[in-house]
Ligand binder design. Structure first.
Ligand SMILES: [Zn+2]
Length: 104
């Protein structure tokens, strides 16, 4: 057993967790799709690297439907969605598979 510095081990073990704004499930960050608000426009950020306030949704159309209903996303991102902007996100959500039975 090698003698690694303690901090390095802690950092390796840490998997960033985020929760979906629709179903509230907590998952590893890379299993969720990030939405980012930059310059007043909400964009999908597949790389999770864009700067700005972010929100996370499961890659499932049900969660996008729920997340884009009402002003949930706007509240989380502290922004206002334009109709066109919301439509783009809704369309993206429609392209995602249905969650169906819960898979682990
Ligand atoms: Zn979800």
């Amino acid at each position: 057993m090698k003698n690694y510095p303690k901090q390095q081990i802690l950092r390796q073990r840490h998997i960033p967790q985020r929760s979906c704004i629709a179903c509230r499930e907590t998952k590893a960050k890379r299993e969720l799709i990030r939405l980012v608000c930059s310059a007043g426009v909400v964009e999908i950020d597949p790389e999770g690297k864009k700067a700005g306030r972010g929100a996370y949704l499961c890659p499932a159309c049900e969660c996008w439907e729920t997340g884009l209903k009402g002003n949930r996303l706007e509240y989380v991102l502290r922004t206002k969605l334009t109709l066109e902007n919301r439509q783009v996100l809704i369309e993206y959500g429609k392209s995602l598979p249905k969650r169906g039975k819960k898979q682990i």
